[in-house]
Design a protein around this ligand. Sequence first.
Ligand SMILES: [Zn+2]
Ligand SMILES: [Zn+2]
Length: 332
Amino acid sequence: MADISDADRPDTGGWIPPVVETPPVFVWPPKPGAFLKFIFGWGGYLFPYNAFYMLVSVGIWWFLIPDLQQMKNFEVGWISNLFIQNFIILLVWTSFWHIRLYVRRSQGTDFKYNARWPKDSETFLFGKQLFDNMFWTLFSGVPIWTAYEVVTFWAMANGYIPYLDMEAHPVYFGMCMFLVAFWREAHFYVVHRLMHSSLLYKLAHSVHHRNSNPTPWSGLSMHPIEHVIYYSSVLIQWVIYSNPLLVVYHLVHLNFAPAPDHSAFGRMVVNGKVEIDLATYMHYLHHRYFEVNYGGDGSVPFDRWFGTWHNGTAEAHAAMNERFKKKRPPSS
Ligand SMILES: [Zn+2]
Ligand SMILES: [Zn+2]
């Protein structure tokens, strides 16, 4: 391979972040110090996002989720309550990011991976990216999310799936909470790779990939088939000992993570100085080049193991181009 220099890093038409370190989770030799820093340090596994999602989940579970006893039968009352609150929660969360970054444009294009603002086109429903994205999110995503939630609570209330008493088993409970985000990344890699098979891509995943210049509302903008597959991550709670709080956190994670991760801003600037990590460069590159980074930030190493990892370095970019060249049929 010819000499590769920094100039060969991918040019996405905007801010190029410093080279992203591979999360020190599945690395050899192990790096215990770096691992602990990644788990507990700022900008790592728990802080700020997953810890915040846990906090939100405790609030939702405490104030909004009915007692399991009340969910033994499918009844319009509690089911419609769950639907309405899910709808409002997602509307508020995603609007927060959208309004801040795309309506008020509070930091202009600072740290934006693509310096251009998204453009509406006929490929979108109603000819508008925002309306298209909101439509799929709120009228396909929310009902399918709620359906998973309702059936899970109903099954738990009736003793059809194993129930975890978290007061009796706090360590096991804490471990399950901790592992949800890792599980999600592994599940996302597998189902996302599946969504890129030609049939599922054509049928469903192309709806999400209309967003080559994504915004927070693009995160859950998916075809119903993809929503059914995406939210199936929560089915792990049916086979391990679980309880409503774990289910709520798992679903909050599924619903909250996509908005910041599709904001297309690598960092959010608060009060003109503090910078908080926002969208992973990895998923942004996926929207740009499609056949790379099916997983998340790489703490679960499937992309690295299966040769689809692109962390924004010149080497990874050259390897991707090589791979694409090999895949393309020779022109005759
Ligand atoms: Zn995406
Ligand atoms: Zn994709």
